[in-house]
Design a protein around this ligand. Structure first.
Ligand SMILES: Nc1ncnc2c1ncn2[C@@H]1O[C@H](COP(=O)(O)OP(=O)(O)O)[C@@H](O)[C@H]1O
Ligand SMILES: [Mg+2]
Length: 855
């Protein structure tokens, strides 16, 4: 693998570089500190190939500050082909990586070259493809092609005890740890499988022990089944025969029942014929009897005719009786009406006669009524006057009484005022005032005022006497007198009115007297007419009654005749039957003879059928026995069939058991077949476990690698020290404390004085030894990787060398360069730079790093 071009953007401090390395063989890389030398030539290619950055500080920290995405492209030649890897890393969001692996191919269409993608579908897949292509991982690549700044002694500076482990790691021996783990896993798994198979085998063996017993049980079972089947067959044929017999018997039984029915029918018919015959006999007897009493029948029939005629005659008269009843009832109704009319008319006559008898009395009442009427008129007027006068007297009395009270009240009032004034005047006298008459105080002024008023009041009081009320009194007395002078008597007035009311009906009666005379005449005439009618009605009633008595007498025998009629009617009927009876006697005798013959014939048939039936019954008697036999056979068969089912079930179970055992046998065979390869497998894995173990292949590799490493390292160290130093590795050391050895990788360096451990040499000397070993390791690894990494980068490797030794180291580097196709030496030492034919200068520029190539 040889790098051809490095292009990088936004890695570390570097905004962008694109460096063509195709013509570089051995070059120094120069530039001020921090310009980006290490970044461009160590970090960028490792990042592109493996996605890792130096110090494993994390990819995202390498993205140039202020930007969010870096990328790195490495173009390289490998086994005659040109490839390139392009990786980008974005810190946006959760972060994102892209990776492309491409190969440069000829495009026949364009007759030019173009990049062909070899990437996988994911970044990991592409990374795996890169590792596969180079046959390298990041560690091996770093160990074989880069001596990083300050890490030249990465191997040598470790304690001797750890170096072997580091060497193993550098040699990629951890793969054996993984292989060992895998082999152990496999061994365990195979072992478990084997143990399982063994356990299964013994389980199957235990089960299979029972097989012979099951087989013999099966044979027994099958024997039993065939025995029972044979028995069933024989029983079934027996049963069929018995059933045939029963069927025959049942047919016979059927016939017997049929015969029974026929015999029954015959006997019923015979009975019917017998009863027919006896009926005919009875008829014959009856007809004979009728014929015997013919004379009596004829006389009774005659009598019946006569009675019937009499009844008819009487029955025609019967309706007249009820007719008479109805007529009598009607006429009696008329009688009642006439009688009531007569009563009313008589009463009216009496009343009218009474009225006419009081004629003079009524005339007198009329006179009195008229006189009284005039007097009452006068009294009514007087009563009106009296009422007015009396009202006037009452008013006058009230006026007089009112005046009297007024005057009395005024006198009392004056008396009160006077006595009040007198008291005030008296106080004036007692006041002690010198001149009370002219006193100015209000009190005395009031008293003086009272004194002045007093005489008027006393005068008014004196003037009050009877004269003021006298006129009122007189007016009242006059009014009273006029009332008395009227001499009106209310009692008399009332009695007169009552008498007048008493007389009023009499006056009315008197007014009617003329018409009453005429009425009386009419009434009397009506009365005599009604009496005449009544007499007529009574005569008619008497007629009806006489007719009725006669009729009843006539109808008396009817009931007796009617009672006799039905008995006589029977005789008349019998008389009708006489001719029939005569005809019948002849016919019936014939019929009876015919019936007798029929009955005889049927009897004979019935006996014959009875005989046949008895014959059959003797056969049918066997039926219960036969049926019993069938039931027994069926029961027998049932038991046998059940047994058969049981045995068949058992046989089924045994078959299933055998099948399962056969399956077990098959499984056992299979397991047996598996066990041998499994055992072989186990041995193989056990062997591998040993081989991958610490004392196996890794130990062998190290043991083989160490002398080669020694040889290459000594070649380079000899060059760098002008043959002064040589080294050797010691892989085991005797333990001082106890018997035994310790696994180690001591570096023993020899010079002209003698041998001593690496640790005892100076820094400069150690650096040369470091270089020698690192170069040797790089070469060894490159070789072992199968595909050499023909590229070596040494980053600031000259640190502590003095001028002489620096020259020697540089020489050594130059000589090592032959072993690699491209060697890049990063250094800031000017003197060192000049040693190399080609120089790459890096300078900080305005828009990034400027690259200059010098040769
Ligand atoms: N993510 C980053 N962004 C910007 N500058 C960075 C980042 N990481 C490292 N640097 C700077 O890059 C420079 C290191 O570059 P380097 O390649 O080691 O330089 P030199 O040329 O000395 O080998 C240092 O100045 C360091 O601070
Ligand atoms: Mg550097």
């Amino acid at each position: 693998m040889i790098p051809l071009r490095i292009e990088a953007t936004n890695i570390g401090a570097v905004p962008h570089v694109d460096i063509d390395l195709s013509n570089i063989n051995l070059a120094s890389i120069c530039g001020p500190n921090g310009v980006g030398k290490s970044t461009i030539f160590t970090i960028a290619p490792v990042f592109a190939l493996f996605g890792e950055t130096k110090n494993s500080c994390g990819m995202d920290n390498m993205v140039r500050l202020g930007t969010q995405e870096m990328d790195s492209t490495l173009e390289f030649e490998h086994r005659g082909e040109i490839y390139r890897v392009i990786r980008t890393r974005s810190t946006k969001g959760k972060g994102k990586t892209t990776l492309e692996l491409q190969r440069l191919i000829e495009d026949p269409e364009l007759s030019a070259r173009k990049w062909d993608s070899l990437s996988g579908t994911t970044t990991w897949e592409t990374e795996d493809k890169i590792k596969e292509l180079l046959n390298l991982d990041a560690e091996t690549f770093l160990a074989s092609s880069m001596i990083l700044q300050g890490k030249a002694n990465e191997f040598t500076s470790k304690p001797a005890g750890q170096r072997k482990a580091i060497l193993a790691q550098i040699l990629g021996l951890e793969i054996y740890d993984r292989l060992l783990e895998k082999a152990k896993e496999k061994e365990r798994a195979v072992n478990i499988e084997l143990e399982k198979a063994k356990a299964k085998l013994s389980e199957l063996d235990t089960r299979l022990v029972a097989k012979p017993a099951v087989e013999s049980e099966r044979a027994v079972c099958l024997d039993e089944i065939s025995r029972i089947e044979a028995e069933i067959q024989s029983k079934e044929s027996e049963l069929r025969q018995a059933r045939d017999r029963v069927r025959q018997l049942e047919i016979k039984q059927q016939r017997a029942r049929e015969l029974d029915r026929q015999i029954d029918t015959l006997w019923t018919e015979i009975e019917q014929k017998e009863s027919e015959k006896s009926e005919h006999g009875d008829k014959l007897v009856r007809a004979q009897k009728i014929l015997d009493s013919e004379a009596q029948i004829l006389s009774k029939s005659n009598e019946h005719e006569q009675v019937k005629q009499r009844i008819t005659v009487l029955q025609t008269k019967q309706p007249r009786l009820s007719e008479l009843d109805i007529q009598e009832r009607q006429i009696r109704g008329e009688l009642v009406k006439i009688e009531s009319q007569l009563t009313t008319t008589s009463q009216q006559v009496t009343k009218t006669e009474t009225i006419l008898a009081c004629q003079s009395e009524l005339e007198q009442a009329v006179n009195e009524f008229n006189l009284l009427g005039a007097d009452i008129e006068r009294l009514d007027k007087l009563a009106e006057t009296f009422r007015i006068q009396e009202l006037n007297a009452i008013q006058k009395k009230a006026a007089w009484e009112k005046k009297d009270t007024e005057i009395e009240n005024r006198a009392k009032e004056l008396n009160d005022q006077i006595s009040g004034l007198k008291k005030k005047v008296e106080m004036l006298g007692n006041s002690g005032c010198i001149n009370p008459e002219n006193a100015q105080c209000r009190f005395l002024a009031d008293a003086q005022d009272a004194k002045k008023k007093l005489p008027d009041l006393e005068k008014e009081l004196a003037s009050i006497d009877g004269s003021q009320i006298q006129p009122y009194w007189e007016e009242y007395q006059n009014a009273k007198r006029s009332v008395e002078e009227l001499k009106y008597d209310p009692l008399q007035h009332k009695q007169s009115k009552e008498r007048l009311n008493f007389l009023r009906p009499k006056v009315e009666q008197a007014a009617q007297l003329d018409s009453k005379q005429e009425l009386l005449q009419n009434l009397k005439q009506q009365k005599s007419q009604a009496e005449e009618q009544k007499g007529q009605i009574l005569d008619r009633i008497k007629g009806f009654q006489a007719e009725r008595i006669k009729l009843v007498e006539e109808l008396k025998p009817l009931t007796e005749l009617e009672a006799r009629l039905p008995k006589l009617a029977q005789w008349a009927q019998v008389k009708d039957q006489l001719p029939a009876a005569r005809g019948m006697v002849a016919v019936t005798n014939e019929t009876i003879a015919k019936l007798k013959t029929e009955i005889e014939l049927k009897r004979k048939t019935a006996y014959q059928l009875g005989n046949e039936k008895n014959e059959i019954d003797r056969w049918v008697d066997n039926l219960p026995t036969e049926l019993g036999g069938i039931a027994d056979l069926e029961e027998n068969l049932g038991t046998l069939r059940k047994e058969l089912t049981d045995y068949s079930t058992r046989a089924g179970v045994i078959d299933a058991q055998l099948k399962s055992l056969e399956k077990d046998e098959e499984e056992r065979r299979q397991i047996k077949d598996q066990i041998i390869p499994l055992a072989k497998d186990l041995v193989r894995w056990q062997t591998l476990v040993k081989a991958y173990g610490r004392d196996g292949i890794p130990a062998l590799i190290i043991e083989n690698a160490v002398p080669e490493l020694e040889r290459i390292a000594n070649e380079i160290l000899g060059q760098m020290s002008k043959g002064e130093h040589s080294l050797r590795f010691e892989t085991q050391r005797d333990l001082k404390s106890r018997a035994g050895v310790k696994e180690t990788l001591d570096i023993i360096v020899s010079d002209w004085i003698g041998d001593r451990p690496y640790e005892t040499f100076s820094g400069g000397e150690q650096l040369r030894i470091d270089f020698a070993i690192r170069f040797a390791l790089a070469e060894l690894l490159a070789r072992r990787a199968g595909s050499r990494v023909e590229w070596l980068t040494i980053d600031e490797g000259l640190g502590s060398q003095d001028a002489v030794h620096r020259g020697l180291v540089l020489e050594a580097i130059k000589s090592v360069a032959d072993r690699f196709r491209k060697v890049l030496v990063i250094t800031h030492i000017e003197e060192a730079q000049a040693v190399f034919e080609q120089q790459i200068y890096l300078e900080p520029g305005e828009d990034g790093v400027r690259v200059k190539l010098a040769a």
